[in-house]
Design a protein around this ligand. Structure first.
Ligand code: GLV
Length: 307
């Protein structure tokens, strides 16, 4: 029974130490060239490794990231569990990034950076937090953590999810019928949805038109959810006031892409949140122990839903 770490060696060294300390009976390898594929019980990887059928005793594929849209789930045998990364480091970094983005939009930071470049000393109108309505697309673990972190600022919150959910202090909307009323009451829209066939291209012209005039976007979901031309049109018409974008399709964007230099866009290179090896190793080890105890791992992907 062997654990195969199929990712970068730097993080692998941190994992190897944690496994040696906390799961010493499970051999941990980064190189499987000398191993019989039938020994591999667990794989940690970013995407489906080639020739997966070789691993006939595989039980769990752990994704090194929080999103699993890059997996070809149809090539995973149905008895193999796919588990997305749920770990404290990813959660904390996402809380930081979304807080940064929301406050930057709320307090016109981009405009002031522009004014500084022109040596312009001028105050801009500012809304109070109680009037700045935040709306989160998605109500999974990351969205809930982001809401908890932002709550003390006093923003009113709503969230939209595929199926009905409840969360303390949040107006919850769901399903296709809930989307338009959710958007109509949202001044800062945060996309934290996983990429699925239903969310592909969701952030389009129709969705932007359903937001109130002056609304802004924080996009930390997946690049393929955003229609770039529709965003530029909504910003240039003045319907949207700004956007903070961390994910794009493709990544990286070409140097000519309009997002780089747009005065209302803040663009970052998919850095909102990343798996932290110390906390991720802890999470994977805990999940293997859960599995050994006959429990479902935390972050188990529902193949039908795609997340
Ligand atoms: C990053 O985007 C991840 O999926 O962890």
């Amino acid at each position: 029974m062997v654990f195969w770490f199929n990712s970068d060696r730097e993080r692998g060294r941190v994992f190897a130490e944690a496994f040696a300390r906390d799961l010493p009976d499970l051999p941990f390898v980064m190189d499987i060239s000398e191993r019989d594929p039938e020994e591999i019980r667990y794989i940690l990887t970013w995407t489906t490794p080639p020739d997966l059928h070789r691993f006939r005793n595989l039980e769990i594929v752990f994704c090194i990231g929080a999103g699993v849209d890059q997996f070809k789930t149809e090539t995973l045998p149905s008895n193999v569990m796919l588990v997305r990364m749920v770990e404290d480091g990813i959660v904390r970094m996402m809380q930081e990034y979304v807080t940064l983005a929301v406050l930057a939009l709320h307090r016109n930071l981009k405009a002031y950076i522009g004014q500084q470049a022109d040596a312009t000393w001028r105050s801009l109108p500012v809304r109070q937090a109680a009037q700045q309505r935040i709306g989160i697309l998605g109500l999974g673990m990351l969205a809930q953590a982001v809401i908890e972190r932002l709550k003390p600022f006093g923003f009113p919150f709503a969230a939209w999810s595929r199926s009905e959910q409840h969360f303390d202090g949040v107006d919850c909307y769901h399903g296709p019928g809930g989307l338009t009323p959710f958007l109509a009451r949202t001044d800062i829209l945060i996309c934290l949805l996983p990429l699925t066939k239903d969310t592909q291209g969701l952030l389009d012209g129709e969705l932007f038109a359903a937001l109130p005039a002056g609304a802004a976007l924080v996009h930390v979901g997946r690049g393929a959810q955003l229609d770039h031309d529709a965003l530029i049109a909504a910003l240039d018409e003045g319907h949207l006031s700004g956007a903070v974008i961390d994910v794009t399709e493709p990544e990286p964007l070409s140097p000519e892409h309009v997002f780089w230099r747009h005065p209302k866009i803040t663009l970052t290179p998919h850095i909102a949140s990343a798996t932290q090896p110390e906390t991720a190793a802890r999470a994977v080890i805990d999940n293997i122990k859960r599995h050994r105890d006959g429990l479902d791992p935390i972050g188990l992907v529902d193949r039908n839903r795609g997340y």
